[in-house]
Design a protein around this ligand. Structure first.
Ligand SMILES: Cc1cc2nc3c(=O)[nH]c(=O)nc-3n(C[C@H](O)[C@H](O)[C@H](O)COP(=O)(O)OP(=O)(O)OC[C@H]3O[C@@H](n4cnc5c(N)ncnc54)[C@H](O)[C@@H]3O)c2cc1C
Ligand code: SF4
Length: 830
């Protein structure tokens, strides 16, 4: 049997063993692994979880028994101190000498400690191993003020740990910005303001000259002569590849460290490979786990005799949550040396910054940065990696489609979905087809997708759902990895357990921190159950972008103001107020298809003042931003029209005022026509009403937009009260059973039994739930409040719309030009 020795039982050393055992026969190799640390390999990526759950076992990549079961000789707590290349042996500090046929160096890195005077003092730590964390936890029991040296990825993670340890926390960074390798200045500013909000004090441009104190650290002294008093310091200033063994046995190492390897991961001794953070490939050390796993795969392939795979430069895109703040950087994020056209969206108030870099010809996405909101990350990464053609309005990729529908692009099978485990879309789909999986957890266990850093989990679930749909399968559609429930089940939990906010829901019925899928969904369910103000503390952070500002974001980054004009009826006085407000704030005005007036081009801090003026004039929120009722359009009806059978305007106003503000899985549109000539186009709406000689015909589940669908008759010749009763039941039934972002038309198309079943439930009360549905709707009607009125009259809520910087200064990133006497945003590429 060929003898394989692995030096280093870290994440990559472990992954190498796992892959070799999985791909090779049990009798092909004798595997021995040496680890200097006392524990079996553990998940360093999630090391910080040790602060909240100090259990080594829960971090282990696999228990010791796994090594035994797989005939792998794991020798922990033993450091290899010499390699004898001539005799092909290694020797440990305990004097163990073993021979090898192939040697794998997976010695990783240690924390880089800059040569600062006083760095050896008591109270100065690094942040790399479980033992480091134990020492930090112990020392912090005596301290109250700590600093982290280094404002990069790991430094900020260490800062979060310091907060958890109840320290007054400072971050000291040499560069003028945070995460200098991933973020530009504006991205760093957004992150910085978020960090400061959380109580972390940041010191940029600081060159630490000395660590002072008598035996133990009491202060940091900087080159600009300033001083920061601290009792503890955690150094997180980068990594230093562990190449000392390689150097000692004469293998080539880089000038700044790292064992030199070729595309096969061979060192200059073809029997010795180096993988993971100790390997220097094309002059680059990869400080992330995914490239290390890929290196392990390349070496395993060679050992089993399949030489077709080589290691290519690796994408360094990352998405992570730093202290609850999403930060992502992908592709060529900074584009410092590449000509490009950036599209930037910046919101200083919420600490959101998004930038995408478009190629000069406008055809490809080169990379980008997301801070504060990163749900678009997976799709943007795939577009970048696969060179996919951009949509006509590339800004929609970071602003969301202005039409409210999802902007989804079909990924090719070759798209790499999980970079930690190198799993493609094709691999995921094939695993589902081959094994008949009906649960996303089975797919993850089989393909390993999403089991590394976890950033790809949302897209894995989307692919899973799409594939099942293609196969015509119906599955329990759990929301995401944070809730093992369908939307319907979660709604029942909220009602029965009287859950009022997301944190309670997550603590009592979910797991983890929540994500971009479950947060807005829960926000919608909470709103459509309790009808409470969505911007109150505990509810504000989970809303969709548009809901957060009670306004729709528009091209160029400004917001629109849309007051409700029920039935499209408006007095001259109210028209004058709209005109005055538009003039005062220089807003573009346009009459919409829903018979109201949109005002475009407002900045966030202007919104409360604009709304105050409108509310004083008798307007209220039009909910154009929400997944809720938009408008009830009407024709002029019997009051003016010669053909009119009934007063369609009055009825449309009654309908609109009844369902205004009602939160639902998607937006709702309605219309009332005064006769069958249908001037209000009621049959293209989610619910539409047409006058008949003796009453009204009620149509449901129509849709305009990209997939037009005619509404179908739910009830004919009903009187006004019955019509409203059926609408109550229909809407509540839809709200309770539809998947998120399914319009009524899509919902009906999926409903078993279709319109006949719906008629049975709504008109014939076949499920015996009609009274409940009506009661619940009446509760929503009785508890309705105009959200904008609440904001205008509540100083605390109002503050949320004030930029904490540059309050009165127009946002310089918003540029407008003139068109037909009004303003319009400057095109992104101009
Ligand atoms: C706090 C923290 C957070 C991180 N977060 C992320 C993240 O979000 N995403 C990401 O991709 N990466 C992250 N990383 C980086 C990631 O953990 C590393 O890229 C990964 O652990 C590298 O694996 P490795 O096996 O090459 O090295 P290591 O994990 O360092 O393992 C090497 C092992 O070899 C042992 N060893 C060294 N020399 C010898 C010897 N002579 N004899 C015996 N044993 C030896 C070492 O003791 C060590 O146990 C994070 C790292 C830290 C510290
Ligand atoms: S739908 Fe009938 S009532 Fe309404 S405007 Fe048209 S013709 Fe007149």
């Amino acid at each position: 049997m060929e003898k394989i020795i692995v030096i280093g039982n870290g994440m990559v050393g472990y992954k190498f063993c796992e892959k070799l055992r999985a791909k090779a026969g049990k009798n092909q190799f004798e595997i021995t692994v040496f680890g200097e640390e006392p524990h079996p390999a553990y998940d360093r990526v999630h090391l910080s979880e040790y602060f909240t759950n100090p259990s080594v076992a829960s971090l282990e990549m696999a228990p010791r028994s796994w090594y035994e079961e797989n005939d792998i000789n794991l020798i922990s707590g033993e450091m290899i101190i010499a390699i004898d290349r001539a005799n092909k042996t290694i020797t440990s500090h305990k004097g163990t000498t073993l021979s090898y046929d192939k040697l794998i160096l997976a010695t990783g890195s240690s924390a880089f400690v800059p040569p600062i005077k006083g760095v050896e003092k008591q109270g100065v730590f690094v942040y790399r191993t479980i033992e480091d964390l134990d020492a930090i936890i112990e020392y912090s029991k005596k301290t109250k003020k700590a600093a982290v040296l280094g404002g990069g990825l790991l430094g900020l993670e260490a800062a979060k740990a310091m907060i958890d340890l109840k320290q007054e926390t400072h971050v000291v960074e040499f560069a003028p910005r945070l995460m200098p390798r991933q973020l530009d200045n504006a991205g760093s500013d957004a992150l910085l303001s978020k960090m400061e909000e959380l109580g972390i004090r940041l010191h940029l441009n600081k060159n630490t000259r000395n660590i002072s104190g008598d035996g133990k650290i009491t202060a940091m002294e900087f080159a600009d002569d300033s001083i920061l008093d601290v009792e503890m310091l955690v150094i997180s200033a980068g990594i230093k590849p562990r190449d000392e063994l390689a150097t000692a046995c004469g293998l080539a190492v880089g000038q700044r460290g790292g064992i030199v390897v070729n595309d096969l991961l061979q060192t200059d001794d073809t029997d010795i490979y180096a993988i993971g953070e100790c390997a220097l490939h094309k002059n680059f050390i990869y400080g992330l786990v995914a490239p290390g796993y890929e290196m392990a795969d390349v070496v395993v392939n060679q050992l089993i005799g399949s030489n077709d795979k080589t290691f290519k430069s690796y994408d360094m895109s990352t998405k992570l949550k730093l202290i609850g703040v999403d930060v992502a950087s992908f592709g060529n994020a900074l584009c410092e040396n590449e000509t490009h056209k950036p599209i930037v969206f910046e919101d200083n108030y919420k600490g959101i910054y998004k930038r995408i870099n478009i190629s000069e010809d406008g055809k490809r996405l080169l990379g980008g940065i997301l801070v504060g909101e990163a749900e678009a990350y997976n799709m943007l990464l795939q577009i970048t990696l696969n060179g996919m053609a951009l949509p006509p309005n590339p800004e929609d990729l970071i602003l969301g489609s202005r039409g409210g529908e999802e902007t989804k692009m079909e990924l090719p099978d070759s798209a790499q979905i999980c970079s930690c485990e190198n799993v493609t879309k094709g691999d995921i789909c094939q695993a589902i087809v081959d094994n008949g999986f009906e649960d996303v957890a089975q797919v993850k266990a089989c393909t390993k997708a999403g089991t590394g850093c976890g950033a790809c989990n949302p897209i894995v679930k989307d692919i899973f759902n799409e594939q099942l749909a293609k196969m015509g399968k119906v599955v329990k559609n759990v929301i995401c990895e944070h809730f093992d429930y369908s939307r319907q089940e979660l709604l029942d939990i909220i009602k029965i357990k009287k859950v009022k906010d997301f944190d309670q829901l997550l603590d009592e019925h979910g797991k983890g921190d929540g994500c971009e899928t479950c947060r807005p969904l829960a926000a919608s369910l909470l709103a459509s159950t309790w009808n409470e103000m969505i911007l109150e503390k505990g509810k504000d952070a989970i809303q969709d972008t548009n809901d957060k500002y009670l306004a729709n974001i528009q091209k160029g980054g400004s917001y629109s103001v849309v007051p409700r004009i029920p039935g499209g009826e408006i007095t001259p006085d109210k028209l004058i107020v709209i005109g005055e407000v538009a003039k005062e704030y220089d807003l573009y005005t346009k009459i919409t298809g829903g018979q109201r007036i949109d005002l475009f081009g407002a900045q966030i801090h202007q919104l409360p003042d604009i709304w105050e003026k409108l509310i004083n004039a008798g307007f209220e929120s039009g909910h154009a931003y929400g997944k809720s009722l938009r408008t009830v359009k009407s024709c002029v009806g019997s009051t003016w029209c010669r053909y009119g059978l009934h007063d369609s305007v009055s009825f449309s106003i009654e309908v609109e005022e009844r369902y205004r503000g009602l939160r639902s899985p998607h937006k709702l549109k309605s219309a009332v026509s005064g006769c069958r000539r249908e001037c209000a186009e009621a049959q293209s709406k989610d619910f539409g009403i047409i006058a008949t000689e003796i009453g009204w015909n009620l149509y449901v589940c129509g849709n305009g937009g990209s997939n037009p669908q005619h509404a179908v008759l739910l009830a004919g010749d009903v009187d006004s009260a019955t019509c409203l009763k059926y609408i109550d039941r229909f809407l509540m039934f839809y709200i309770k059973t539809a998947e998120p972002l399914n319009r009524t038309a899509t919902w009906l198309n999926k409903l078993d039994g279709g319109i006949d079943y719906l008629i049975d439930v709504v008109v014939n009360d076949s499920l015996g739930i009609a009274a409940d549905l009506e009661r619940e709707m009446q509760f929503m009607v009785d508890t309705y409040k105009c959200e904008w009125k609440e904001v205008v009259n509540n100083p605390e809520l109002r503050k949320k719309f004030t930029h904490f910087v540059n309050t009165e200064i127009p946002d310089p990133t918003m540029k407008f030009e003139d068109m037909r006497g009004q303003k319009k945003p400057v095109e992104w590429g101009a």
